[in-house]
Design a protein around this ligand. Structure first.
Ligand code: NAI
Length: 349
């Protein structure tokens, strides 16, 4: 199968250029922390910052920049307008770049307060169609129709991505999440496609579960899940549930891949507008996104250095922002991560 999101060729001296889209809410402050941490870690990345926070900003420049660099790190853009003609720019970017799959690795941080311990679940989500087709209309007065689009080609490549991911990462089981008992054609196609692809991977167990039961099982017995695949909206909801189980919106990163490009962002994709500018946002989700980005670019040692510094800060030293029950400011956490980066004992080289 084709390699997903080809890795861009490094510039002179092994450096990479990466598009940085700060977005709205807490995005800009979190990006500032990423830049500080990269400076002290010596990460060989040059950021091309493109502002997309304002609803009237043209996306063309951002898209051109991502197409040129191949990789972006992104905050979220709030879609405030209720007018049907204003499409979500987050969705527009993913669709335009054909980032057909979103990967959220939900792994507990030992030592961080959470509702469930030792979670290790990978959510693989169709990222460009389903309920996010944005095809809605009022057929007659008072009757709205909203289309959910499911295609064989996209279901096929998401399922194949999931099984390949499971195989490469030593995972044992893939669970397809659906509502094929009610949405017999759309979710039925998604489910049948995953069953067909599963036959090519006899070493990996495959089962399926309806989305309603899945939500209950996640809250009560989450350890039964390994890799999960699902359509777009279920993916967003389930990602938020699992992030809630392990400590909230401020910890995990999400990876968006297509055949040509990759975008890294906080896993739950929310803007955190109410906490912006207060120095209380948890910086870990965006820093984790930056670690995932470094791994993708092949800068594994710098990724490892920042990851170890994050773990030392939040798991061992327990420097936590208020969302984790702590009293540290965002800048205290970042400062401690930088202090840890500068300690020779955690350097992978
Ligand atoms: P929100 O931005 O209000 O965040 C939800 C909760 O998580 C809040 O209590 C917030 O303080 C907390 N939170 C988020 N990031 C945090 C961090 N880094 N540190 C500490 N606490 C953090 O979320 P809401 O209402 O879900 O979304 C706001 C906007 O984000 C929406 O209008 C939408 O445009 C966008 N969005 C949200 C998505 C989601 O999955 N929640 C998905 C896509 C877009």
């Amino acid at each position: 199968i084709k390699k997903v999101a080809a890795i861009p060729v490094a510039l002179y001296g092994g450096r990479h250029a990466v598009t940085m889209l700060p977005g709205g809410g807490i995005g800009p402050e979190l990006m500032g922390y990423v830049r500080e941490v990269f400076k002290y870690a010596g990460a060989p990345v040059d950021f091309e910052v493109v502002e997309i926070g304002d609803e009237n900003t043209d996306l063309e420049y951002a898209l051109t920049s991502i197409k040129r660099n191949g990789v972006a790190i992104k905050g979220n853009i709030e879609t405030k307008s209720e007018s049907a003609s204003v499409v979500s720019r987050n969705v527009a970017i993913r669709n335009e770049l054909d980032l057909f799959v979103n990967v959220l690795h939900c792994k507990s941080y030992p030592g961080v307060p959470a509702r469930q311990k030792d979670i290790d679940i990978v959510i693989i989500r169709q990222n460009t169609e389903g309920e996010y087709a944005m095809l809605e209309h009022e057929s007659v007065d008072g009757v709205i129709e909203s289309m959910k689009v499911v295609t064989t080609s996209n279901s096929d490549r998401v399922a194949r991505f999931a099984f390949e991911y499971a195989k490469k990462n030593g995972r044992k089981k893939v669970t397809t999440i659906h509502k094929a008992n009610i949405m017999k054609l759309s979710d039925g196609l998604f489910l049948e496609t995953s069953k067909r692809i599963a036959k090519d991977y006899p070493e990996i167990e495959h089962n399926d579960m309806i989305i309603d039961n899945c939500c209950m099982q996640l809250v009560s017995k989450p350890h039964q899940f390994d890799v999960m695949i699902m359509t777009n909206l279920y993916g967003s909801i389930v990602s938020n549930v699992v992030c809630g189980l392990i400590g909230g919106a401020g910890l995990l990163s999400g990876k968006n891949y297509g055949d040509h490009y990759a975008i890294f962002e906080p896993g739950t994709r929310n803007t955190g507008t109410a906490i912006a500018g207060k120095n209380i946002a948890n910086p870990i989700a965006m820093l984790s996104a930056s670690v995932a980005m470094l791994k993708h670019l092949g800068h594994t040692q710098h990724a490892e250095l920042i990851q170890r510094a994050i773990e030392k800060t939040i798991c061992e030293e327990k420097i936590h922002t208020p969302d984790l029950g702590g009293t540290a400011k965002s800048t205290d956490v970042v400062q401690r991560i930088i202090d840890n980066i500068l300690q020779a004992d955690i350097r992978p080289w």
